[in-house]
Ligand binder design. Structure first.
Ligand SMILES: *Cc1c(COP(=O)(O)O)cnc(C)c1O
Length: 408
């Protein structure tokens, strides 16, 4: 039997069923009208933000990375909990504007911004995190044409990466950010143009669970920001320290000690060099804020045995939960936290594989894991589904269409 990932905190059982914010899985499936279904809990999101606020220095702003989960009711809910929003496309700009987020709380990063996306951002006044020298020139030319001074931050490709990070985003050759040696040239362009300089954006990686690695990356980020600001002869107005706070997905993964990270950052803030004394600092988090607050519920439509192996075949799959199938940025497939929601907490009786309804062997939500014996009609819960679920999966693949979503 293969192990399953750890079930996040905050979920209970009632009469043998998983409850989410006090409502049973079958009640939620009935309320949605059908399965599969993503359920996101307001209480769990609010508790995450509150914990982070307590852990982090008061000076640090908390931004939400919209790509983790752009579900409109969730954006509206999180709008009043976080300080800022990081978007990566004009589409996401539309989502946050729809959710009533003010322009001065939005920053726009990401490679390959098109002309009309830059124009839309400059018109709305959102800060643009520049990803290349050419993009800097395009943004300045667009600002000129519009007669609007753009608000520009420089995304720096750091010369280090976040150790143990699931996805490496900094260090070495990267499509993201501007190499350190080229930063002075971009800054000169900005300073000469009369655009508003919004400082640096330095993102070194994602999905780190080791507090020491995050602390080290943040210290290096502050040192790099100070070095670049001093070379430019300017006080740094703002610095986005990136994020990279991970969540436990797999067997053996342990929760990131955000309290230790906050304490170290408080210490660093107390000893800042002159160039960073007045700087506004933020971090940008996606999965840490919303991942554990979401559950994907799918129903077993068939149960079969093949060559002695039990398959629980569900009405969901990788078209909604690509990450749980192991096909979104993982090298070795390991099991996510998965449970039989309608037999939650019941003893393990058999090894079974939970698969989806797609005709591909990739469509596996749990591989040969221990479960109570489940039958057709039972609900399966995939946890850590609040981030990179619905929006990061190929919903059109095989024509089953998207899952329902619900914020409770
Ligand atoms: C994806 C992304 C994030 C969010 O990452 P998480 O791992 O979900 O916290 C933050 N910043 C940038 C630049 C990103 O590309």
């Amino acid at each position: 039997m293969k192990p399953l990932g750890p079930i996040p905190e905050g979920f209970d059982a009632r009469d043998g069923e998983l409850t989410i914010a006090g409502r049973s899985a079958s009640e939620l499936a009935a309320a949605a009208g059908d399965t599969p279904l993503f359920v996101y809990s307001r209480d769990l999101i609010a508790a995450r933000v509150a914990r982070l606020r307590t852990a982090m220095p008061a000076r640090l702003s908390i931004h939400y990375a919209v790509k983790a989960n752009p579900y409109p009711p969730l954006l509206e809910f999180i709008r009043d909990l976080v300080d800022g929003f990081d978007i990566a496309s004009a589409g996401e700009l539309g989502f946050v504007e729809q959710a009533g987020v003010a322009w001065d709380r939005i920053s726009f990063a990401g490679p390959g911004k098109r002309e009309w996306e830059l124009e839309m951002a400059i018109r709305s006044g959102v800060a643009i995190n520049l990803e290349s020298l050419a993009e800097a020139r395009r943004a300045l030319a667009t600002g000129d044409a519009l007669g609007t001074a753009p608000r520009l931050a420089v995304r720096v490709n750091p010369d280090f990466d976040l150790r143990g990070s699931g996805m490496k985003m900094g260090g070495g050759a990267k499509p993201f950010g501007i190499d350190i040696e080229k930063v002075p040239e971009v800054l000169d362009l900005i300073f000469q143009s009369g655009a508003e300089w919004r400082g640096f954006h330095i993102f070194a990686g994602s999905q780190a669970l080791d507090a020491a690695a995050v602390i080290e990356a943040q210290a290096k980020t502050l040192a790099l920001a100070a070095r670049l600001a001093e070379a430019a002869g300017r006080a740094l107005p703002a610095c986005n320290l990136g994020g990279g706070f991970g969540v436990p997905y797999f067997p053996g993964d342990e929760e990131l000690d955000v309290e230790a990270v906050g304490e170290a950052l408080g210490g660093a803030f107390a000893a800042l060099p002159d160039s960073l004394r007045e700087t506004e600092f933020c971090i940008e988090l996606g999965r840490w804020l919303v991942g554990p607050a979401g559950v994907y519920l799918t129903r077993i439509v068939d149960r079969k045995e093949s060559h002695g192996e039990v398959f629980l075949i569900t009405d969901g799959g990788l078209h909604h939960q690509l990450a749980a199938s192991g096909n979104f940025g993982t090298v070795v497939r390991r099991n996510y936290p998965v449970a039989i929601a309608t037999r939650f907490g019941a003893p393990v009786e058999e090894a079974a594989s939970v698969v989806g309804c797609l005709c591909t062997p990739l469509d596996r939500l749990a591989d040969k894991a221990g479960f109570p014996r489940a039958e057709v009609g039972d609900l399966v819960a995939v946890f850590q589904a609040g981030a990179y679920g619905a929006s990061a999966s190929p919903a059109q693949f095989l024509g089953h269409g998207p899952a329902r979503e619900m914020l409770i």
